[in-house]
Design a protein around this ligand. Structure first.
Ligand code: SF4
Ligand code: SF4
Length: 222
């Protein structure tokens, strides 16, 4: 899922200052699961903004709404009337959701209420960790399903770097060494031989170079 974090209330007040009628719009998908922008967070942030605005004599009028997915036009349509009623939208969706709302309502200011962080999973209660950088040319098959791009601090395709202590990464001692994990995983699935090969440089062309990436599925186009 996409993992995001809430901006602070002072940051949001700064962003919204000068506006009166504000729609705080949540998203019911990834950001709900990572506890950043779902219905519950819409309610918490709205209450905090009402209090903060009173304290600063800003008199925000806040409407709350959460739709299933902000990155999908089918669901964005459900917000049409609420968007119309308000001066601005504070989106608690991920960066894709914020931009989808802004594209659908070009005359309405749409602000991001979250900092979109990474693609990751819940590791344990209260801890989300990055698992994929959406590099566009996945190499997981060669590393036992453990991503060297995100889980090795040096992004080494031919690791380890030799700096780990016990099972910890030398760059991030709070995290396990990604290459230790790769070794253990390959060992447990009987594929340690993979480590004998020198992996050639990765093709980074499908990554961020060249601007906005787009996937076209002709079989899904009419
Ligand atoms: S290799 Fe690329 S696509 Fe595959 S998990 Fe790692 S970052 Fe994501
Ligand atoms: S200690 Fe491990 S995870 Fe950290 S940079 Fe070196 S190989 Fe990568």
């Amino acid at each position: 899922m996409i993992v995001a974090e809430r901006k602070t209330i002072p940051e949001l007040v700064d962003i919204l200052e000068g506006h009166k009628k504000i729609l705080v719009l949540g998203c019911g998908t990834c950001v709900t699961v990572c506890l950043a922008g779902g219905e519950r967070e819409v309610s918490i942030i709205s209450s905090a903004l009402r209090i903060a605005s009173r304290a600063k004599n800003l008199s925000f009028e806040i409407e709350e709404l959460t739709i299933e997915r902000q990155c999908d036009n089918v669901f964005i349509e459900e917000a049409a009337k609420a968007v119309e009623r308000n001066d601005v939208v504070l989106s608690l969706g991920c960066g894709a959701g914020v931009q989808a709302i802004a594209e659908r309502y070009p005359a309405k200011p749409v602000y991001a209420g979250l900092n979109t962080s990474f693609i990751g999973i819940l590791e344990e209660r209260g801890i989300w960790a990055e698992k994929c950088a959406a590099c566009g040319a996945c190499v997981l098959d060669q590393y036992g399903g453990i991503c060297p791009v995100t889980r090795c601090a040096k992004h080494m395709l031919n690791g380890p770097c030799g700096g780990s202590r016990e099972d910890r990464c030398e760059v991030r001692p709070d995290r396990p060494c990604g290459w230790q994990l790769i070794y253990q995983r390959l060992k447990s699935i009987g594929q340690l031989d993979r480590l004998k090969r020198i992996v050639p440089p990765k093709n980074w062309a499908p990554s961020l170079g060249g601007g906005c990436r787009v996937i076209v599925r002709e079989d899904h186009r009419i």
